[in-house]
Design a protein around this ligand. Structure first.
Ligand code: MG
Length: 228
């Protein structure tokens, strides 16, 4: 069972469901423009799920999966994201009570097999393979909620081999953290141990074997992984 450490304590949180929000930063929607598809700003959150195994990495290494010895993709890309860790179960949570359900936050990367995702989008098929493969979602240690004054105003960035690729602020989100919790709790119900990846700013790029990826969110911390 996948577990995450809470920074500065002996505590761990067992990961339950992994929810992800797509298209939550306007500049990323712009860069993802695919001719012939709807590239507009969504009116309701775009939600997908990953298996909890997606957060497990081996020696902090992220890899494109092999099936029968062959890599299934040729286009692994980075997406740095603020991750909410749910601390308290809830259903139909009003926005004004949403923050009470947060245990803390982490820095995560929603790694994506972009070639597969684009093809699935064109065919109208699910993204599960493109988004939920083994090692696709490494997450840093959790910082408890009390240490973060305004999670909706944090610098978020990612560098590849020391070169800055993504740089944004959580204030740019289309759907706020409160609204995301309200929405997910109304549709699915949220439970302690659920992770919610809240979307990525612009700057995604193709990664190759040997790349060192460093993601950082202000006040939360850094996450470093290598591509294997
Ligand atoms: Mg994402």
């Amino acid at each position: 069972m996948a577990k995450l450490k809470v920074k500065g304590t002996d505590e761990t949180i067992e990961v339950k469901n992994v929810y992800c929000i797509g298209k939550n930063y306007p500049d990323h929607i712009k860069e993802m423009n695919i001719p012939g598809l709807d590239n507009s700003i969504p009116k309701t959150p775009v939600i997908f799920l990953k298996p909890s195994t997606a957060i497990e990495t081996f020696n902090n290494t992220v890899s494109i999966p092999l099936v029968n010895g062959e890599a299934i993709s040729n286009d692994l890309q980075n997406e740095v994201e603020l991750v909410i860790v749910v601390g308290k179960d809830g259903d139909n949570i009003p926005e004004e009570n949403a923050m009470e359900h947060i245990y803390g936050y982490a820095t995560g990367i929603d790694f994506t097999l972009r070639d597969i995702q684009t093809e699935m989008k064109k065919q109208g098929k699910p993204w599960a393979v493109a988004k939920g493969f083994k090692t696709s979602s490494p997450v840093s240690e959790i910082v408890s909620d009390g240490n973060i004054k305004n999670p909706q105003s944090l610098d978020i960035k990612l560098a590849v081999n020391g070169e800055l690729k993504q740089s944004g602020n959580t204030s740019q989100m289309i759907f706020s953290l409160k609204y995301i919790i309200h929405y997910l709790s109304s549709v699915f119900g949220i439970r302690r141990g659920d992770l919610i990846f809240t979307g990525t700013p612009a700057g995604v790029c193709r990664l190759v074997k040997g790349d060192k990826v460093s993601a950082e969110i202000q006040d939360i911390g850094r996450l470093e992984v290598k591509i294997g």
